[in-house]
Ligand binder design. Structure first.
Ligand SMILES: [Zn+2]
Length: 245
């Protein structure tokens, strides 16, 4: 499995774009980063994306999704029905509102006709196959709800987890169990961070409890080091095997 970080920064940081992660060039986890421009720099295309998973409805995780939908709607040839969008209950209504508020009903119509995305509502305990991956969802605790962490497993059994935004909670711990790589938010470094986030000492504790999982820290307010963890930067790309190499 190849993961490419499109955005490694937290909502208001200046050390990286907002959240966005690409798996194997075709699954997009969150969409706060300027994905249409960045996927080109990652040597792929928005037209290769077959699945988008949103962790929650904060702007830094979702506000660029209308640009992808619009770009797909006006592509030639259009390919309606080739995109699945999964997320918490309410994702369809939330994305529709973003499109209409941002670009108007005309663009919503173009997207409905030319993209016709299939929406899949996910919740705690969901365990489904989407776009050729096993997708497991875990409810996590954040300042907006509902919020989900995901675990993606490919046909070879390699798995990558994504915390989304979360404070310490049972769902977060369950989402990382057995992952080869875990993309973990680390918004704070020197102390607890308000808004339902993790900070360095909490992440270090999670790492100690999951010694077989490699941690990639992202959603960063600033880029610092935590011994034993990888630290994300925009356009970092890693090939992950079952041995987390
Ligand atoms: Zn958030």
């Amino acid at each position: 499995m190849r993961i490419t970080v499109l955005g490694s920064g937290s909502a208001f940081s200046t050390c990286g774009c907002n959240a966005g992660y690409l798996v194997d060039g075709r699954v997009l986890i969150d969409c706060g980063a300027p994905v249409p421009a960045l996927v080109r720099r990652a040597a792929t295309s928005i037209h290769a994306i077959t699945l988008v998973l949103l962790t929650h409805f904060h702007a830094d995780h979702s506000f660029m999704l209308p640009t992808i939908l619009g770009a797909r709607a006006f592509s030639d040839p259009a390919a309606p029905g080739s995109l699945v969008i999964g997320g918490p209950v309410g994702t369809r209504e939330y994305i529709t509102r973003l499109v209409v508020d941002g670009y108007g009903s005309h663009i919503r119509h173009e997207i409905d006709v030319n993209v016709a995305p299939e929406y899949v509502a996910l919740q705690d305990g969901s365990d489904v196959e989407l776009a050729g991956y096993r997708v497991q969802s875990h409810a996590v605790v954040h300042s907006t709800g509902p919020s989900l962490a995901y675990r993606l497993t490919d046909a070879r059994g390699v798995s990558i987890g994504f915390s989304g935004d979360s404070e310490l909670c049972g769902g977060l711990r369950r989402s990382m169990a057995g992952c080869d790589l875990y993309v973990c938010e680390c918004t704070g470094w020197d102390g607890p961070t308000p808004g339902g986030h993790l900070w360095r000492d909490e992440v270090a504790g999670l790492m100690s409890a999951n010694p077989g999982t490699r941690f990639l820290l992202s959603h960063l307010s600033e880029r610092r080091n935590l011994p034993g963890a990888l630290v994300a930067h925009d356009l970092l790309s890693l090939e992950i095997s079952s041995a987390a190499t």
